[in-house]
Design a protein around this ligand. Structure first.
Ligand SMILES: *Cc1c(COP(=O)(O)O)cnc(C)c1O
Length: 473
């Protein structure tokens, strides 16, 4: 009997219906709905059949199948968009979602999601309105520009400005400013897609006023100035400031577009960071159009702002492409609430997470590191040593690329000095596998957690209790 072609255990596997009648499966149906549970039970039965075929193993019980099916469903139903602990030391980490919103902005966004809004509706006149008008005046007050408009992100702002003023015409730009931001945004490609013929002037390291002046001809649509936000050219260099280009553009009746990238609304030097020109400075310098991001130093949701001369903003608003780049009500609400925080400069560094994290004193971060070190030691076990170390945080998102901010953190390294890099990589993977994944950095054969952005200490401790190291700690 044992040598039959069809081995007995297959027949001992329960049917899908039998599994669905278990208590475990019934509870799962209430949580996830019947179709997902049925699919997961089928998958589990298939896997059990496969295991029996491969190893001739014993049949699984009905309960085993149900438990496996539900465990698999639980893992699969974790949201893909979920929080992580950003302990990379980069405050505005593009891959981790950049700026965290202020509570005021979060509340405003939630309200906007839940209710009908006067989004494009003029409450005074009772007729149709403009969505931009909800935040226009705030932006005018904060930037000093004649008018401002808002689109999906700064990449869209640049594309729209170029397309409005130089579609089928020439855009003059320095060879030292043809930037790439994170692969997908390359200025020459954006210019081409905007329909702008690129006229490169100067050299990589030096561009002179006469280079711009000599390139202007009847086909020129605009002068473009780009903030080289994620690198510095040092040594024998020269660039022409926007303040010098503005009169040149004016003389020829073409706009000077200044892409600031990050663009801050406040002087960062008051928070111990180096001074970076504000949007208001760029407007005052005479740029006709200034573009900047919403979710970099400004500390709001993803958005792109275009500030400048009223007649030019009017032309931008008439460009049909703008409709394809508009922001939704949720973000508009969050933008308004974020901008309002700037009206109270004394408290903004506490209320706006980006500024709060960037200005967090090193000593406070170090004290937190000492507080947490023993919990990290307990969680990682004998195989690792834990040490409080100085760290250098970065702003991120291309803001002040050379600038690092003194910070502190925890370095975890294998106690065995001969342990290979895979041990550290395995440790980093175990932290990423936590219920709230912890993202750190690997450097000097250690896994390093820069604690600048850790505000939820209790949540971090709870999470750490779930750490499972390969081979057991
Ligand atoms: C970041 C950046 C952009 C792109 O802005 P997004 O808001 O990410 O679309 C464009 N130009 C410069 C100079 C930048 O730094």
């Amino acid at each position: 009997m044992a040598s039959q072609a069809n081995p007995v255990p297959f027949q001992k596997l329960p049917s899908v219906d039998q599994v669905l009648r278990t208590e475990t499966a019934k509870l799962a149906v209430e949580r996830f709905g019947r179709p997902l549970v049925v699919t997961s039970v089928r998958d589990s039965l298939g896997a059990a059949r496969e295991a029996i075929r491969a190893r001739g193993g014993a049949a699984c019980s009905t309960d085993d199948i149900a438990v496996k099916a539900v465990a698999q469903l639980e893992t699969a139903s974790l949201p893909k968009v979920r929080p992580v602990f950003n302990l990379t030391g980069t405050v505005l980490h593009t891959n981790l979602g950049r700026a965290l919103l202020a509570e005021e902005a979060i509340d405003a966004a939630v309200t906007a999601m839940r209710h009908a809004l006067a989004l494009e509706y003029d409450l005074d006149g009772g007729k149709r309105g403009e969505r931009d008008s909800l935040i226009r005046q705030l932006l005018i007050d904060l930037t000093g520009a004649e008018d401002v408009t808002v689109v999906n992100n700064n990449a869209a702002a640049v594309l729209l400005a170029l397309n409005t003023f130089a579609n089928g015409r020439e855009g003059v730009v320095s060879r030292g400013e043809l930037i790439e931001i994170g692969g997908a945004f390359r200025m020459p490609d954006i210019m081409k897609r905007a329909g702008t013929h690129i006229v490169e002037v100067g050299t990589t390291n030096r561009t002179h006023f006469s280079d711009y002046a000599g390139a202007i001809r009847p086909e020129t649509g605009l002068l473009l100035k780009v903030h080289t936000s994620n690198y510095r050219i040092e040594g024998f260099t020269r660039e022409v400031p926007a303040s010098a280009l503005a009169p040149l553009a004016g003389e020829h009746g073409i706009p000077l577009v200044n892409d600031l990238g990050s663009g801050t609304l406040v002087d960062l030097s008051q928070y111990g960071l180096s001074r970076e020109p504000t949007v208001a400075n760029a407007v005052a310098e005479g740029a006709d159009i200034v573009t900047f991001s919403g979710d970099k130093l400004l500390g709001g949701p993803q958005a792109g702002f275009i500030a400048g001369r009223a007649d030019l903003i009017a032309r931008i608003n008439k460009n049909p492409m703008k409709r394809a780049m508009r922001v939704d009500k949720i973000r508009l609400a969050a933008i308004e609430a974020t901008l309002r925080l700037y009206l109270d400069p004394e408290r903004i560094a506490q209320r706006l997470p980006t500024l709060r994290l960037l200005s967090r004193p090193r000593d406070a971060i170090e004290a937190l590191a000492y507080d947490l070190a023993s919990a990290v030691t307990d969680a990682t076990g004998d195989g690792f040593s834990v040490e409080v170390v100085p760290c250098s945080s970065q702003i991120g998102s291309g803001s002040l690329p050379q600038e690092t901010i003194a910070s502190a953190g925890i370095a975890i390294r294998p106690t065995d000095p001969k342990a290979g890099g895979h041990v550290v990589a395995g440790l980093a993977a175990a932290f990423r596998a936590l219920p709230v994944p912890v993202i750190g950095r690997i450097a000097d054969q250690a896994f390093i957690l820069d604690l600048r952005c850790l505000e939820d200490e209790a949540g971090f401790r709870r999470n750490l209790g779930q750490l499972r190291l390969e081979g057991g700690a």
